[in-house]
Design a protein around this ligand. Structure first.
Ligand code: G3I
Length: 402
């Protein structure tokens, strides 16, 4: 059992102090225990490199002008929270996030792997750091994620079994959703539960939650989240449902069936996250996604663009051509989805190629032929706006909100 600060709790401690700790965390006291993370890359902010893209020219401002939210996935360990608290940060990543976003999502800080050092303890240090930054900069936050087959801590695989899995999942959700009660715009409650390749008629992924609990784990997760935090919108989030490639059409149809089953059972769900990890090469999203968004809207659900980035796998163009191809996808895709009234927000999965999963060494995303880094986001390694920035901002402007 570890307890070196308010952000680290055992299950028992959380029981009597849920609100207290939540408040303490809300006041930012919890982050006091944070060990200063190893900075992966600290860069000085240089206002000159970002002409005409901040303030009224930012993605946040252009989104807000149309009643939309733009945001990004962030790594709290890279944010200069202390500098922001003192009213002055010189860090480029911190400036970009603060200047451009209206809503944040933790890339990893609210996953089981980050929150659960042991089966009997919680560590909210990094998550609290993000929440403090959000309060200091007036940002909304969406949670990611309460139930997923990835990012499970090592102890999980030797601990979870058919007898305890229901309690393990519901306890986790009640503790975590309870800790952030009333502080989040939404939660990705269940992430990526559809995987037709597992061969089930309902298209559900088998490992680990379905094998341990059965298909009802999805309803269990949503109901536990709703009970722990009735104010936060609850989201089913998935990827690979955007284009007309046969496997994506099949997956999208299974997601739709899952949503209908949940709604028919009165399960509390408010939105669907379409992750939008897109490729500049190959077939692009179109009428099938548009129909999906409209059918989801007819069910009374919103659609969030939750993790957008555009990779360059397979493109033969040079750097400028690749940037242009990425920007084209941002413009065309967002024109398509933002034309739908039940799409209120767009988040990119990171804000700069300097810190993005497609450039993480352990990702199997193919590098360009010249082994250049991917440039899948609104800002590049040097925090210059990419061509994608301008097409993203233009698509936000193009949204005619009634
Ligand atoms: O923090 C540890 C570090 O202490 C350790 O030294 C290092 C050793 O490999 O691992 C670090 O954790 C890594 C973590 O990212 C933080 O960098 C994990 O290994 C790595 O697996 C993890 O990858 C994340 C991945 O989800 C799995 O959780 C990516 O950053 C993140 O971008 C990616 O995001 C997912 C969404 O959650 C769901 N949708 C798809 C999306 C892309 O895969």
């Amino acid at each position: 059992m570890t307890n070196t600060g308010k952000s680290q709790l055992t299950r028992r401690q959380f029981g009597w102090a849920a609100l207290g700790v939540g408040a303490a965390g809300a006041l930012g006291l919890g982050w006091a225990a944070v060990e200063e993370p190893r900075w992966r890359r600290k860069r000085q902010y240089d206002a000159a490199v970002q002409p005409g893209v901040t303030g009224a020219n930012s993605l946040e401002a252009h989104a807000a002008a149309r009643g939309l939210l733009y945001g990004a996935a962030v790594d709290p360990g890279l944010l200069d929270v202390e500098g922001v608290a003192k009213g002055h940060s010189t860090d480029a990543y911190t400036h970009a996030v603060a200047a451009q976003t209206g809503i944040l999502v933790p890339e990893n800080a609210m996953k089981w792997q980050a929150l659960r050092p042991t089966a009997d303890s919680f560590d909210f240090t990094q998550a609290d750091r993000l929440m403090r930054f959000a309060r200091l900069t007036g940002k909304r936050v969406r949670g990611h994620n309460l139930c997923w087959h990835e990012a499970l801590p090592g102890w999980f695989w030797g601990t979870a079994n058919k007898e305890n899995a229901r309690r393990l999942l519901s306890d986790h959700i009640r503790m975590v959703a309870g800790y952030f009660r009333g502080q989040l715009q939404s939660w990705d409650v269940v992430n990526e539960a559809i995987w037709p390749q597992d061969g089930r008629e309902d298209g559900l992924r088998t490992r680990p939650w379905l094998e341990l609990i059965g298909p009802e784990y999805i309803e269990l997760a949503f109901r536990a989240a709703a009970e722990a935090d009735p104010q936060t919108k609850l989201v089913y989030n998935d990827y690979g449902i955007e284009t007309e490639q046969p496997e994506e059409v099949q997956k999208r149809a299974q997601v739709l069936k899952l949503l209908h089953r949940l709604k028919d059972r009165g399960v509390p769900i408010h939105a669907v996250g379409v992750q939008s990890h897109l490729a500049a090469a190959g077939q692009q999203p179109g009428a099938g996604l548009q129909s999906f968004i409209r059918e989801v809207g007819a069910m009374g659900l919103e659609v969030y663009i939750t993790e957008m980035d555009v990779n360059c796998r397979g493109l033969k163009q040079g750097p400028a051509g690749r940037d242009a191809a990425v920007a084209e996808v941002y413009g065309n895709y967002l024109d398509l989805v933002l034309a739908e009234p039940n799409v209120p927000m767009v988040l990119t999965w990171g804000i700069t190629s300097a810190h993005c999963w497609t450039n993480q060494l352990d990702q199997r995303i193919q590098r360009w032929a010249d082994f250049a880094r991917q440039r899948p986001l609104p800002f590049d390694d040097d925090f210059n706006p990419t061509p994608a920035f301008w097409r993203l901002r233009g698509a936000l402007d193009g949204r005619n909100r009634e």
